[in-house]
Design a protein around this ligand. Structure first.
Ligand code: PA5
Length: 447
């Protein structure tokens, strides 16, 4: 099970304070578990691991087999925010680092679109689609988000021109709301196979719905193991206790934020496969907690690379941050450093040692240096990187996010601030219905 170690904060906080914040976090836990808190119509994610029916996983398998029979070797997964980050995180974490360079191992390559409006990116994505045997998964809970809708229009037109309308429809799967939204209407009209994002699951909590499960399965990874890991976490974290890892994490981060001005939390990884774990986590915590003028700003570094860029700031810059380090107990691979007769690089003292041992010592050395530099350290530990452990980690961070946001006193499940940019963008793009806003914004920028 995921562990949380807060010993690296001991020299910064007082025991009595941690006890008081543990009480607050336990109250946050109660709010989450009672289902009586703000946003309580979005708690469907809590029981996804234990309640996902086998029939849903079989339906996902059926798509995988159908596309394999067509020789599909590229899946464009279209979505933004919670509709892409979980799948991207899992695929990055579970893939060989050089999968693309090594060539196909059976499963199609899953690439992502609809998470930006860069013309260059979209055009280059289509260069790839044209080279390959392509299918598409379009994901939008609301079914109305601009970025994925724009890219889907382009991919859909390409698939229809290339394969014909009927075959194109069999190469498109939509994941959206059960009843409403443009994507739902289009899917019904065109006869696309669809999966539903449950009403009571928000985007950033949706990685264990088809939103995450379908792309992850298409990329060749074991979604049953992912759910089994999450189910283990669901069970373990449901126990009310001051040693519950989600309570410990929520208590310490709220204490550091509220009493010590630690307004930035940096997720630290020592394995590049987890770069997108941090991106997924940043969305989860940023959108869930950053509201009502409150919230910890979630940031991330990828070490040891970033020790040579952000390391200076973390060691000696403004003391506004604490770190949450992902500790992976066991490497999946083994590389031992050899002896060199000349020893010009003077590294023979490392001969016979595993590279992962050096990584662990870099991690430990950094932890101690950052404590000395005034940066409290939380450690979140897993056994190794695999589907099961990743499932545990997903559920842990989701559950802890609910506990933590209620401890902070905000609704974890809404995101009213996301609308502000959209209104301006639509006004600037002259969307029908935005005439007044278009006029006002043009006057504003002309000043
Ligand atoms: O967490 C959220 O709800 C958001 O980040 C959404 O996932 C994101 O805005 C995409 O929305 P949709 O799936 O409706 O296109």
């Amino acid at each position: 099970m995921v562990t949380v170690d807060v010993k690296g904060c001991a020299s910064f906080v007082k025991d009595a304070q941690f006890k008081a914040y543990t009480e607050k976090a336990l109250a946050g836990f109660d709010v989450l578990q009672s289902g009586q808190g703000a946003g309580n119509d979005f708690l469907g994610w809590k029981h996804l691991p234990s309640e996902t029916p086998e029939s849903l996983l079989n339906d996902i398998d059926a798509i995988r087999k159908d596309w394999a029979s067509k020789g599909v070797d590229l899946v464009v997964a279209i979505g933004i925010g919670g509709s892409y980050l979980g799948a991207k995180c899992a695929i990055e974490a579970l893939s060989h680092s050089f999968a693309r360079e090594l060539g196909s191992k059976g499963a199609p390559e899953v690439v992502f679109g609809g998470n930006n409006l860069s013309e260059e990116y979209i055009s280059e994505l289509m260069d790839l689609a044209r080279e390959r045997n392509t299918a598409c998964v379009v994901i939008s809970k609301s079914g109305t988000t601009t970025e994925p809708a724009v890219v889907f229009r382009i991919v859909k037109q390409y698939l229809e021109e290339t394969y014909g309308k009927k075959e194109a429809a069999s190469r498109i799967v939509a994941i959206t709301d059960a009843k409403k939204g443009a994507l739902k209407t289009l899917s019904t009209q065109e006869g696309y196979r669809t999966f539903i994002v449950p009403d009571n699951v928000g985007g950033r909590f949706s990685v264990l719905t088809p939103v995450g499960l379908l792309p992850i399965a298409l990329a060749g990874f074991d979604i049953r193991a992912l759910l089994a890991g999450a189910a283990e976490a669901e069970k373990a974290l449901s126990v009310k206790s001051e040693t519950n890892p989600a309570v410990v994490y929520a208590a310490m981060r709220n204490l550091l934020y509220s009493e010590y001005g630690k307004k930035v939390e940096i997720m630290v990884n020592y394995n590049p496969k987890f770069q997108y774990l941090a991106e997924w986590w940043k969305q989860l915590y940023g959108e869930s907690e950053g509201k009502d003028g409150k919230g910890i700003f979630p940031a991330s570094v990828n070490n040891t690379a970033d020790l040579h860029s952000m390391g200076q700031f973390i060691q000696e810059g403004d003391r506004v941050m604490f770190e949450t380090v992902i500790n992976i107990a066991k490497s999946n691979r083994s590389v031992v450093i050899g002896t060199d007769e000349q020893n010009l690089d003077q590294l023979n003292f490392l001969a016979g040692k595993h590279v992962e041992h050096c990584n662990a010592m870099a991690q430990l050395g950094t932890r101690l240096a950052h404590i000395d530099g005034g940066v409290p350290q939380i450690e979140v530990g897993i056994e190794k990187i695999d589907a099961r452990n990743l499932g545990e980690l997903f559920y842990f961070f989701e559950f802890a996010c609910g506990v933590s946001a209620y401890t902070l006193g905000v609704n974890p499940f809404n995101q009213p601030g996301v609308e502000a940019y959209k209104k301006n963008m639509f006004a600037l793009l002259d969307k029908p219905g935005y005439e007044e806003q278009s006029k006002a914004i043009r006057e504003r920028i002309a000043k």
